[in-house]
Design a protein around this ligand. Sequence first.
Ligand code: PLP
Length: 382
Amino acid sequence: MSLTHSWIEREKKVHIQFYRRLPVVFERGAGCWLYDVEGNRYLDLVAGIAVCVLGHCHPEVVEAVKAQAEKLMHTSNLYYTIPQIELAEKLSEITGMDKFFFCNSGAEAVEASLKIARKVTGKKKFVAFTRSFHGRTMGALSVTWKEVFRKPFEPLVEPVVFAEFNDVNDLKEKVDESTAAVILEPVQGEGGINPAEEEFVNEIFELKEKYGFVVIFDEVQTGFGRTGKWFGKDHFSVEPDVMAMAKGMGAGFPVGGVGVKEEIAEKLGFSEHASTFGGNPLACSASLACIRVIEREKLVENAEKTGKYFRERLEELFGNARGLGLMLAAECENAFDVVSKALENFLLVNATSESSLRFVPPLIIGKEEVDMAIEKLSKSVR
Ligand code: PLP
């Protein structure tokens, strides 16, 4: 039995089988490349699902984590710690939000956002959109569209209504005086890379004026340069009240957060939300290093520039492509088969449905790697 298969057998015996994994066991990574236990090298266009924005094991993040681990890893939020304060200051600069809460994942960031919306409005109803994905915990799941994810776990948080994404008329029918929040991904990720249209986003903000709900932008997948701007919201001329973030925030280190405007923060008080691990010194140091590298190496600009080139090359190959920056997709037949074929060609890609491939590579990717990826992809679609 190969080394790979012996690990897979061991996993089957001891893991709940929630994941349909591809048959590869990774051992290490560097830049845009991952290495399996057999010594094979793979070009990674998945980046841990839009997480490893600096590629794998960026030396500056590794160094920051090492240094912080030797100094202080965890104290709880009963006390103040320096990296947490510095991270909030830095995020305030790059997001335009005023105050922050830290957690450990995207779903937790969404949970906190929903609680904040209910607390500050005193209202109950959440309006989410068709093809949305916000996470698997009970609150986040309640505003996630796919019924197969939700159905087995009902009753979930109520009331939740789903409006058609990018449909102004449907939106107008679904929001009202009882709405606590509208939650939106600026570019839907798991739903297949669907950018929100400007007119639609503007309408959300007009309705907010009328009804007084909170607008939550779920930037878990779109944040930290992914779309060719720092955040998905930067493609529009509006500012959300609440922003949920995670994924790219720690360059592979698990960390999440919620940013809010001052007028929201003023209405929140002691004990209304908390996390034991949230904002620990280790995670915050990783995130600070991640942001520093994104800034210094101009990776937001690279996401825009290389994203454009990548999109053109995808269009050549598939006759279609969509998305923003390095958050791209292409329609094709048998997308899941393409993913398996690509693996045989030592390329990691991901499919969001039977007909849609998703590309969310590290933001350090260059033209040369894109060309290599296209060559491997063209061998995988045949
Ligand atoms: N929100 C969005 C937009 C996501 O894409 C995801 C994960 O894919 C989540 C929330 C949930 O994040 P996590 O898996 O870290 O809980």
